[in-house]
Design a protein around this ligand. Sequence first.
Ligand code: UDP
Length: 403
Amino acid sequence: MAKIEEYIPIVGESVVEDLRLLAARLKGKVIQHVNSTAVGGGVAEILNRLVPLLRELGVDTRWDLMKGGGTFFEVTKKFHNALHSRPCEITQKDFDIFLETSRENIEEVVIYGDIVFIHDPQPIALVDKKKDNKWLWRCHIDISNPNTEVWDFLRNFVVKYDAAVFSSPTFSQKLPIRQFLISPSIDPLSDKNKELPQEVIDSVLEKYNIPKDKPLITQISRFDRLKDPIGVIEAYQQVKRYIDCQLLLAGGGATDDPEGVQVLEETKERAKGDSDIHILLLPQNDIEINALQRASTIIVQKSLKEGFGLTVAEALWKAKPVVASHVGGIPLQIKNKYSGLLCHSVEGAAFGIKQLLNSPDYAKKLGQNGREHIKNNYLLTRHLRDYMLLFLSAYYDEDVVHL
Ligand code: UDP
């Protein structure tokens, strides 16, 4: 795993020096992260890198998981969909199941952090254990237009926190607590994003029987309806009428996402009969994802809702031309026609893909601009700085930490 010095050639010495200064101010404080899955999805992706680097900087940072069974995660997936304004029926039983598992976790999860950093709705009720420590709620999802029943229910917990953190200004809510805007990030030196030799890329293509004779359009995502895999297939089919190309839909599961198997089946069904569509259910393997992104001609992220969309940042960092939906945090990363193309529909996605396949120089320029934009705004070092400032600000009023 990369050490903090190794980021200097990418972001410059002063950035790393600032991180050290901030970390020194947090000496003696314990930061405790809690979320609901160690693998799969953007939250685990970020914590896997952020936690070791904060520790290396000298900030005592730990990461705990809450526990939940299948029924609980079915309910929280319903909440997730409802917060993303997908129509779904939520019953009193769902709220009861949520509260029951929350009660078990309140009993079982040991809270020791001076700062307790709770990620997303699943462990939100742990705040009932709040004593004189600081509690932060980190919302990674797009709640610009939430189902009010679910949001009102969760809001009862949110207001007990000291502060809430959102990824995009459009997600902020009317709350009596402080709110912070902190965008997620990618780690340029992780296995997911580091440079790869061409032989490694080729061997992954070979392993999955993906030929190199046609342009490759790729979406890497969990099999989730909000990632719209069917819409991606429809866009590809519209492109395919004019340009011979192939499509790759690749993703693994997340332990807190029970819908994946069904969505994967629906996607396979829709792709039936076209040998140029590759659908891969991948084990967690960052080098393989990295290789597939690098091997692609165009990366697509046709989400219907998106908290941030780390896959967009990962693709842009690799200087790939990206066609992605104008939803959630994606427009923070893609300035239309400058660092990628934004779309609002299947037709829009198909139009963007065709345009990029027909104009490789333009596609290349968008990819290069995209990489620069990610470098300036969405690398892990910026995220570490923002989080440390957030932790320090939690004590601002109490005069415990002198900035
Ligand atoms: N990812 C992965 N394997 C997969 C599918 C996704 O490692 O099979 C990673 C992907 O590269 C990204 C993260 O999971 O780093 C997904 O984050 P994103 O913000 O795009 O979406 P989320 O899953 O959190 O909704």
